[in-house]
Design a binder for this molecule. Structure first.
Ligand SMILES: [Zn+2]
Length: 299
């Protein structure tokens, strides 16, 4: 088991995360970087029907786009696969490792695209780099169409793929929602990215309602909590999974069109800045007990 013990090994990474958040701000990135959640570290469970999945739709066939990897200062272009260009640099995964990860990343893109019924508008670059402490985290700079993934070669590549699946959903959301994505309520942007990553984050659970019910039900945080204010990786994980289950809840009870309208109603990236009252008829405080009842009513 490779679970991370919050508070022990994360003191230094948190400092780094703060630094990355600042960098992300400078780059006008819409999302803070994602740190590896403990349950994304498990092997994905056997494929299982996913609750709340958007109506099963066959993703339209997208002809492969041949991408010539543009030179990226300091990085080695390793491979172009469909709509993805993969880069790395010394200290992160080797070119051979990245080559071997191309197929799983292409597969992850197809999975999250089908699950969310969203498609890339243009190719994306996945850039492997590393940090001094050899932690694992990622960030999506959706305006630049770059996903950064920080890892050392010793870390199992499947863990990196789990995080990349989440970051790819951020890019899909950018392409699907357009400029409103950059103002999206973090509850919805991180909730959607986590929900969209589905099996890559669910471990042995079949859906996010079950995951939250089995792992966090006795200590739910208020949905509008700001994990940066709480300052622990545990709170971040807890909220990401709670928010993913909230996305599931809204999709199941209100439908995709309403969810999209809610996502587009964001007026800032802070928690609780979408127009819940105007779109859903109840504000987030009113929504929380409704969501908790839904959580307790396992199908
Ligand atoms: Zn994210």
């Amino acid at each position: 088991m490779e679970l991370i013990e919050p508070g022990k090994r994360w003191a230094k990474p948190i400092v780094v995360i703060v630094a990355v958040v600042l960098i992300a701000g400078l780059l006008r990135a819409p999302q803070p970087p994602l740190t590896a959640p403990p349950d994304a570290l498990r092997e994905p469970g056997a494929p299982a029907p996913l609750q709340g999945q958007f109506k099963a739709q066959v993703a339209p066939a997208v002809p492969p786009v041949r991408v010539e990897p543009a030179p990226l200062d300091g990085y080695q272009a390793v491979v172009v696969a469909d709509q993805l260009a993969l880069y790395t640099r010394a200290g992160s995964y080797t070119a051979e490792q990245v080559q071997a990860m191309a197929a799983p990343i292409v597969e992850a893109l197809a999975y999250v695209s089908t699950r969310t019924d969203m498609q890339l508008a243009a190719p994306v670059s996945v850039v492997f780099d590393h940090r001094e402490h050899c932690g694992l985290d990622g960030a999506a700079y959706t305006q630049k169409r770059i996903i950064m993934l920080y890892a050392c070669p010793e870390l199992p590549p499947r863990r990196a793929v789990n995080i990349i699946a989440h970051e790819l959903v951020h890019q899909l959301a950018h392409d699907h929602y357009g400029p409103p994505h950059l103002q999206a309520d973090v509850i919805l942007s991180e909730g959607l990215a986590t929900w969209g990553a589905g099996k890559y984050w669910l471990g042995s659970e079949s859906d996010f309602r079950s995951f939250v019910q089995h792992n966090y039900a006795t200590a739910l945080l208020p949905l509008d909590s700001d994990y940066r204010a709480i300052g622990t990786i545990d709170a971040m994980n807890r909220l990401y999974y709670q928010w993913a289950s909230l996305v599931d809840f809204v999709l199941e009870t209100r439908g995709r069109d309403v969810f999209d309208k809610l996502y587009r109603s964001g007026r800032g990236m802070a928690p609780n800045t979408a127009d819940y009252g105007g779109v859903l008829g109840t504000d987030l405080v009113g929504l929380q007990p409704e969501w908790q009842v839904w959580l307790n009513n396992q199908p």
